[in-house]
Design a protein around this ligand. Structure first.
Ligand SMILES: *Cc1c(COP(=O)(O)O)cnc(C)c1O
Length: 496
């Protein structure tokens, strides 16, 4: 609903029933909002009210104010959607005006939208997945191994230009194994981007090691080379260099590898590249995920391509990947019986899911293009809205725009961001804040953290003011239009 559509629902109390009926007919929402001169909501006027007036033989010229008074059911602007839904259900109605502190209508909750939820990032299957899965069934390869697993590994490694790949049960499992391959042991420290999903760093704890968090930088929102340099200088002074550095590529965009990798090389510390969110992106022409000693992708349901759940560990070093496959299958030694000398895991991907992955990989370039188009649609449609900044894409970086992200600028940006998220939720649009940084999580309280610039916390700022919009490659044009219309209204109301 655009601002104009919304305002078209406003009528004055001295309006005649005839005029009201014509307006109801034209706006076709099933209700009008009757406003006093000061803009306060006096009542709603529904199709039902008109029917009752007709049955009572009220003349057409009757004024709306002469109808039996009915105080309006409303919900306050700062109430959660659940309150509105409870009211809709209790009173068996289909729409509920939202009013501000002064009693003026600012929005409307529509039951119809509640059943047409727009998701942040939903799975988008191509045409080949079912055939691959059917083949797994037909050949009875319903196992955590099999021809689809081998083929998916080879195809993905080729796609990103890395020597070898191991298909695993999740991206988290891939990070865990990656850390073990790089020699992370109990008592070690591991540097990690602070602005990320918790799965980037939880595996540090699985290894009994401790994370040290590195701030983001404004250019790419990824690991700040300045913060990384501070952390290395500190670690050197302490005489405890980290065992590895986890560089995360956020929201479909690579970190600034040309600035980060030489620093890690200078200290002789290997990089694990968490490319769970950046499959399909590139940095200076090279595939994101191919820069670290090991790289990790995820095929969770919300990622750019999915196997419903799964991950991939990639590396040029064949021996490393062979070791990953062994650790992922209970670390079984080559013997006819079950022989074990070290602790392994059950981390392999199933052959059925690898079949889905093969189909998805074929449409990856299309999915990248589609997500980038979603981003461009938002950007073009909101170009005239002041005070919003899109996640930047520095020269040389080709982002997939896995999620379209923006930050609000100006005073009270944090409070306004919350208000915008609440408004979108009322229209059943799934938008989210940017990741809450790891050094602000209770789970990681007390972990060392190094800023991009002294006295500031860039990751915390991005978290406080950032919004991720619905970005799926299967969003329909009408859905994007709906998000844009509601977002425009929410942003206009949230102007500083
Ligand atoms: C999704 C994600 C992961 C974890 O992948 P799963 O397959 O869900 O285990 C790791 N890191 C980042 C940055 C992610 O977004």
């Amino acid at each position: 609903m655009t601002e104009q559509d919304f305002r078209d629902l406003f009528i004055a109390p001295d309006c005649s029933l005839h005029e009201a009926l014509a307006r109801l007919n034209r706006t076709a929402r099933g209700l009008l909002l009757v406003l006093a001169a000061d803009g306060k909501l006096l009542r709603t006027l529904t199709d039902g009210d008109m029917r009752r007036a007709a049955l009572a033989h009220l003349p057409d010229a009757t004024r709306v104010s002469e109808l039996p008074q009915r105080p309006p059911l409303t919900v306050a602007d700062d109430e959660p959607l659940s309150t509105a839904v409870a009211l809709l259900d209790r009173h068996e109605i289909d729409h509920l005006p939202v009013i501000d502190a002064a009693g003026r209508p600012v929005d409307i909750v529509l039951r119809r939208e509640l059943t047409q939820r727009i998701w942040l990032s939903s799975p988008h299957l191509g045409e080949d997945e079912t055939a691959f899965v059917a083949e797994a069934f037909r050949t009875n390869w319903i196992a955590p191994l099999g021809p689809h697993v081998d083929a998916f590994e080879r195809e993905l490694a080729d796609h990103v230009g890395v020597g070898h790949a191991a298909a695993l049960s999740s991206g988290t499992a891939a990070i865990h194994l990656g850390l073990l391959l790089l020699g992370v042991q109990p008592g070690d420290t591991v540097f990690c981007s602070c602005l990320t999903f918790v799965a980037s760093c939880n595996p540090i704890q699985y290894c009994g090691a401790r994370p040290v968090f590195i701030d983001a930088e404004p250019g790419s929102w990824n690991m700040s080379p300045l913060a990384l340099a501070r952390a290395f200088a500190w670690a050197e002074r302490e005489g405890r260099l980290p065992r590895c550095v986890i560089v995360v590529n956020l929201y479909g965009q690579s970190a600034d590898m040309d600035a980060l990798l030489p620093l890690c090389e200078r200290y002789g510390v290997p990089v694990l590249e968490d490319a769970a969110e950046s499959l399909g992106a590139s940095y200076k022409g090279r595939a994101s995920g191919s820069f670290g000693r090991v790289g990790v992708y995820s095929f969770n349901g919300n990622k750019i391509i999915t196997t419903s759940g799964g991950g991939m560990l990639v590396a040029d070093d064949e021996a490393l990947i062979a070791r990953a496959r062994k650790l992922a299958t209970q670390a079984r030694e080559p013997a006819p019986h079950y022989e074990h000398v070290e602790t392994g895991f059950n981390y392999r991907m199933s052959n059925v899911l690898a079949g889905i992955g093969r189909g998805q990989l074929r449409v990856l370039p299309q999915r990248v293009q589609q997500r980038r188009e979603v981003f461009e649609t938002y950007r073009a449609a909101l170009a005239d809205v002041p005070g919003i900044h899109w996640m930047p894409q520095p020269p040389g970086m080709h982002s997939t725009r896995w999620l379209t992200c923006l930050t609000l600028a100006g005073e009270d940006a944090g409070a306004r961001r919350d208000q915008v998220l609440r408004s979108l939720e009322r229209h059943s649009i799934e938008a989210r804040p940017v990741w809450k940084p790891m050094h602000l999580q209770p789970l990681y309280r007390g972990a060392p953290w190094f800023p991009h610039a002294e006295g500031t916390d860039l990751a915390a700022q991005l978290f406080a003011t950032g919004i991720c919009l619905p970005s799926g490659s299967n969003l329909e044009p009408g859905q994007i239009t709906r998000v844009i219309a509601h977002l425009r209204r929410a942003l206009a109301r949230a102007e500083p």
